[in-house]
Design a protein around this ligand. Sequence first.
Ligand SMILES: Cc1ncc(C[n+]2csc(CCOP(=O)(O)OP(=O)(O)O)c2C)c(N)n1
Ligand SMILES: [Mg+2]
Length: 342
Amino acid sequence: MSKKYPCVKYNFFKHNRDQAFVDLSKAELLEIMKEMLLIRNFEIRAEQSYQKKLVWGFLHLYIGQEAIQTAAVHAMGKNKNHWITTYRCHALALLLGVTPREAMAELYGKATGNAKGRGGSMHFYADRMYGGQGIVGSHVPIASGLAFALKYKKIRDEVAVCFLGDGAVAQGAMHEAMNIATLWNLPLIVVVENNQYGMGTQIYRAIANLPIAENLAKAYGISSYTLDGMDFLASYHGFKSAFEEVKKTQRPVLIETVGHRYRGHSVSDAALYRTKEELENIMQEDPIPRFFNELEMRGYLTKEQFEEMNQEQKNIVLDAMEFAEQSPFPKITDLEEGVYAP
Ligand SMILES: Cc1ncc(C[n+]2csc(CCOP(=O)(O)OP(=O)(O)O)c2C)c(N)n1
Ligand SMILES: [Mg+2]
């Protein structure tokens, strides 16, 4: 049986859960619902494609965590900021404009993929997204560099956003990057997506001082936000507040989202370290029905419209699979292409 994470509940709820309804139009809120459904459907089908051996290598799914990056992107703006994340990167790419076709074709290793079939599941890119990065903790220094570039170019209304897992918090690179970002006053938002496991290791066995953000931020003298990562509305407000703070102070902040992944670490992990009961409890908090309930309560979306929307997203993903399957593999003669910038 797992221990309850020692996060003070009021920390979650001091954030104004209605802010999204003040800032965003009905159309944008419905778009957000669609995006969360697209990510969920994409991940479910990616997993099936893996089981059918149409996708190989690694595959890390974002199921259960959809609210977090969706909230971050909408709170801070799709067409601005620099973004970087871990190997669990499909959602961020879809949110930042990679099409489902390009994303699925990349998983299938096809020439029409997001990275021309060279990157696979862990290495998606978009205009403002500097990867899917596979080495745990290694991208926090890159994110500090992205924040430094903003400072250097005197761009004060954008930030660099770095998503990492709870398992990366014990990595030296993370602390070196946090130190330099604080020392040099860089506009960096570090988001620890705490899903309470690093591979099969529960967080209590890996991190000495919990909760993460509250304690670690004190060490750097910066502020922290602890968010309910299963709740779009709370996350949205937390990200928005952090974004406003960093633009004003030009100093880093540390955000921790507490939540869960539904699947094992990757498709090769059957997650036998977690009981069925634990998973069932977790799924009671599912971010998608929670956000739907909020929209339904406000008369923005009926159950039937929600089902229709889900079907629409499922069809988009099925089309992406068809596209991926029909697409050619990269040619061997193109092997050296894309290695150097033109
Ligand atoms: C430096 C380094 N060490 C080990 C690994 C192997 N590895 C890949 S993911 C992972 C666990 C990371 O867990 P967490 O940061 O909590 O992210 P999550 O997978 O839960 O999203 C490990 C140990 C790696 N990729 N890089
Ligand atoms: Mg984790």
